[in-house]
Design a protein around this ligand. Structure first.
Ligand code: CA
Length: 231
């Protein structure tokens, strides 16, 4: 499967050289010149390359927020300074790696490969009943493809950020709708309900999406136990 890399960078020359090198090496790329654009694309990417200084804010704060929301998408920070404290700040904000400008596009590609190799064993939701293909926006329950609305697809994608993690309704609202939308918890619940119905109709247990009382929702990281005849 082709991995999709989101490049968040406002300098067109850097953006284009990184994106070109990635495409040349078989990756799919998407570009975000601002954090606002990045916000809606970040959790659908397999990896994000993130500049620190962006026109609408700090890349590091954006990164911290993603991590606080439970998003574990690998992120490589493009740091413009070579100070030790900047590199430490990037790692402490939750970056998986960083490269210091000026860098060669080949170096970025090598780092991307290394990070993807490192995260893959745990990143793949083995045993999880649900999976999404961000590039094609297709979702599956076991082998059956689900016919989802945009919101339902984005919800599943957000929940699959880390299977097993509990996501609060406000985290889901921020991931799916972003800031500034007046979405109520009840709206989230009704989309989850419809999602469960579709999962169930596809022959998979609706409990694959679990309600964690008083907290939110999580996707069961492994198959729920088969019903037993022993009692
Ligand atoms: Ca910049």
């Amino acid at each position: 499967m082709t991995e999709r890399i989101l490049v968040v960078e406002d300098e067109p020359a850097i953006l284009e050289s990184v994106a070109y090198a990635l495409r040349h090496n078989g990756f799919e790329t998407e570009a975000a010149p601002t954090l606002e654009v990045a916000r809606s694309l970040a959790y659908l990417a397999d990896l994000v390359i993130l500049d620190v200084m962006l026109p609408d804010g700090s890349g590091l704060e954006f990164l911290q927020r993603l991590r606080a929301n439970g998003q574990r998408t690998p992120i490589i920070v493009l740091s413009s300074r070579d100070g030790e404290s900047d590199r430490i700040a990037a790692l402490e904000a939750g970056a998986d790696d960083y490269v210091t400008k000026p860098f060669s596009p080949r170096e970025v590609v090598a780092r991307v490969r290394a990070v993807l190799r490192r995260v893959k064993p745990s990143g793949g939701a083995t045993g999880c009943q649900l999976r999404v293909e961000p590039a094609t926006r297709r979702a599956f329950a076991r082998q059956s493809e689900l016919d989802l609305t945009r919101v339902e697809f984005d919800l599943v994608s957000a929940l699959l950020g880390t299977p097993g993690n509990v996501y609060t309704r406000s985290q889901l609202i921020e991931s799916v709708w972003g800031d500034g939308y007046a979405i109520t918890d009840r709206t989230v619940d009704s989309h989850i309900k419809s999602l469960r119905r579709k999962i169930n109709e596809a022959g998979t247990s609706a409990d694959t999406i679990e309600t964690v009382r008083g907290v939110g929702y999580r996707v069961s990281p492994s198959s729920p136990p088969e019903p037993t005849a022993s009692k």
